[in-house]
Design a protein around this ligand. Structure first.
Ligand SMILES: [Zn+2]
Length: 284
């Protein structure tokens, strides 16, 4: 099927209490793992690229892998640019065929965040490209930010409403206490805040920092309004561990295709598990 944007898949998910997995890819093999996992689970899926990955490969090869894999697939697939602060890169992705983009102007003052996010919505909408925008600061655990500091970065509910009214994003990423990377302790999720924002804005919420959250935490966040769940760090681990584990077990064999295949299966298994957990299996 041709690529689609996130609008229909997120609104169906939000209305039916499940979430779409958004998986960060790194190359052709990991993209194929996402698509085949979605096929096997019969689930809609979001292929997500970090700005770094787009800069590393260039937009052209990525869009060709994704179009080729999606074209021979029967499940709904969106291609989404994750956290991006650079309007030129967002423009390039929109023009290259990404069906969805995220503007992350969350480090800017509130009014400036609104202005930049609106600018991206105006750029994207005529091309039928969906937009995710962020409010508050979703911290990285590698930054060694403690819970008290983390609470100070949470999205403010009144600002969240104003932001969504003025920006009209298709998907909203308020900081609710999750963090990027690998959690060092128990993450403290602001469930009441999540529920209040999801209810009052009526915009599908994106859950960032998914790697390392317990199954019941995912389920609760989804039941409170998260319709998109990002998984990135877990795939970075599977990408490297899949390679290493195969080579350790066959350390005299130098057959790269077998190593690539082992990596593919490790990635795919983890993705299928998450798709099932998020409730999107069978929803294609
Ligand atoms: Zn994120």
């Amino acid at each position: 099927m041709p690529l689609e944007n996130m609008k229909a898949m997120l609104s169906k998910a939000a209305g039916d209490d499940y979430a779409i997995g958004a998986f960060n890819i790194l190359d052709y093999n990991s993209t194929k793992a996402v698509v085949q996992a979605a096929e096997e689970a019969n689930a809609p899926v979001i292929i997500q690229t970090s700005a770094k990955t787009v800069i590393f490969w260039g937009a052209a090869p990525i869009i060709s892998w994704v179009r080729e894999l999606a074209g021979s697939s029967s499940v709904p697939i969106a291609l989404h640019l994750d956290h991006c602060k650079d309007l030129d890169l967002i423009k390039e992705c929109i023009e290259s065929g990404w069906t969805s983009v995220m503007i992350d102007a969350s480090s800017k003052p509130f009014e400036e965040n609104i202005a930049l996010s609106r600018q991206v919505v105006q750029m994207a909408r005529p091309k039928d490209v969906t937009v995710e925008a962020e409010l508050g600061a979703i911290v990285g655990v590698e930054d060694d930010i403690h819970v008290k500091e983390q609470e100070a970065h949470l999205a403010d509910p009144e600002q969240a409403i104003k932001f969504c009214v003025e920006v009209k994003p298709d998907c909203f990423a308020p900081a609710i206490g999750t963090a990027h990377g690998v959690y060092k302790g128990e993450p403290k999720i602001a469930y009441e805040l999540l529920e209040e924002i999801a209810t009052k804005t009526a915009v599908p919420i994106a859950l960032h920092g998914g790697t390392g959250l317990a199954d019941d935490v995912f389920k609760k966040c989804i039941s409170l309004g998260c319709a998109k769940v990002n998984i990135s760090t877990q795939l970075k681990y599977a990408f490297i561990d899949g390679f290493i584990a195969y080579h350790k077990a066959h350390n005299t064999e130098y057959n790269p295709l077998k190593v690539i295949d082992a990596q593919f299966h490790q990635l795919k298994a983890g993705i299928i598990e998450k798709i099932k957990l998020f409730g999107s299996a069978g929803k294609a």
